[in-house]
Design a protein around this ligand. Structure first.
Ligand SMILES: [Zn+2]
Length: 352
């Protein structure tokens, strides 16, 4: 989840654990401790480092007790009369909430670092979710306005938050079942559905059929408002308004097929590069494309379809003047002998 929403949810959960007089300490420690894990970016260098190590040690249950201890020690300076044990519990609960709420998203959380670098993701909730944030915010406001009933309000808010998450989990299960049915995913093949912006009913279905990847945007809710040929948004502001048009009901959804490049020495060379290995370890549905350029060089592109935008193209203008977006696309350019000429993330159609 986004860091601010983590803070609100952590404050809410912690406030439900404590009545006055420690309610204030619970609220503040929950708020700050639940945002703390995302500060790991301070220790991360470039985008590749972020891809490799974000949501690592700071999001790990193994380091959690020590991290909570650090928070409790600092908190003791501000809340001198509070019991130290309570401060540690508030801090630990805030950090636990962060790990669990990141696990629900599809980015991947390495919560067993350093025992394992496995990335866990439930794919239930999109990283930015107004319902999740709204439930936390509204109940915190109620708790602030009526401090005498603060703990009760926070408990009700926490229960609503968990019900919402369970609801998203149930919709996810249905979406996955729907996707496997409409895409005829063979048994044993990897498939997943990714939550999408602004609605728990909108999904991106992905599957690996060996030599090709399938992707499809669809809506399993009662409000699907797709049109056959949706217009590609030209401005960022337009994107949110046009977004629902790209998600038809599953029966009418168009499945896109992306063909994987066949194995070749240049592709193998690119795959073996340390930066590309980092990329491939992070990616779940990597599409590999090999393109022969006019100047005799070869471009090998890696694109995790998990981040496929609902319309094709990034927030930079393409040649037609439309806004396009290519998140997490990595490209290596090699000459005929396999020497690497250029490598990096693609931004606005060019390597960086
Ligand atoms: Zn996080």
């Amino acid at each position: 989840m986004d860091t601010g929403s983590h803070g609100l949810a952590g404050a809410l959960l912690d406030r439900s654990l404590a009545d006055r007089p420690s309610g204030r300490a619970a609220l503040w420690i929950g708020f700050l401790a639940a945002m703390l894990p995302d500060l790991d970016f301070v220790f991360l260098g470039d985008r590749l480092d972020y891809m490799q190590n974000h949501r690592g040690w700071s999001h790990s249950f193994v380091y959690l007790p020590a991290l909570a201890l650090g928070v409790a020690l600092v908190a003791k300076l501000f809340f001198r009369r509070a019991r130290f044990r309570d401060l540690w519990i508030f801090a630990a609960a805030g950090i636990v909430s962060h790990i669990l709420f990141d696990w629900m998203t599809s980015f991947g959380t390495m919560f067993l670092t350093p025992l394992s670098r496995t990335r866990f993701s439930l794919d239930w909730v999109f990283i930015v979710d107004p319902f999740f944030t709204g439930i936390s915010l509204v109940t915190l406001v109620v708790a602030a306005v009526r401090p005498a009933a603060g703990r009760k309000a926070a408990a009700v808010g926490s229960a609503l938050l968990f019900l919402y998450i369970l609801f998203c989990g149930a919709v996810h299960a249905r979406a996955l079942e729907t996707w496997k049915r409409i895409d005829h995913v063979p048994a044993g093949r990897t498939s997943a559905v990714m939550p999408q912006l602004l609605s728990p009913f909108r999904w991106l279905g992905l599957s690996d059929h060996g030599g090709e990847l399938h992707a499809c945007f669809f809506d399993i809710g009662p409000f699907a408002r797709a049109v056959p040929e949706p217009r590609v948004p030209e401005k960022l502001g337009e994107a949110l308004r046009l977004l629902p048009r790209f998600y038809p009901p599953a029966e009418r959804a168009r499945i896109k097929t992306f063909v994987q490049a066949p194995d070749s020495p240049l592709l193998a060379k690119a795959r073996a590069l340390p930066d590309v290995r980092v990329y491939l370890a992070f990616a779940r549905f990597p599409l590999e494309t090999v393109t022969a350029e006019a100047d005799g060089t070869t471009a090998v592109t890696f694109e995790d379809l998990r981040f496929l935008p609902f319309f094709i193209g990034p927030w930079a203008r393409n040649r037609q003047g439309q806004y396009t977006r290519e998140p997490f696309v990595y490209r290596v350019r090699l000459d005929a002998s396999g020497r690497v000429l250029e490598r990096g993330f693609v931004l606005a159609g060019r390597s960086r």
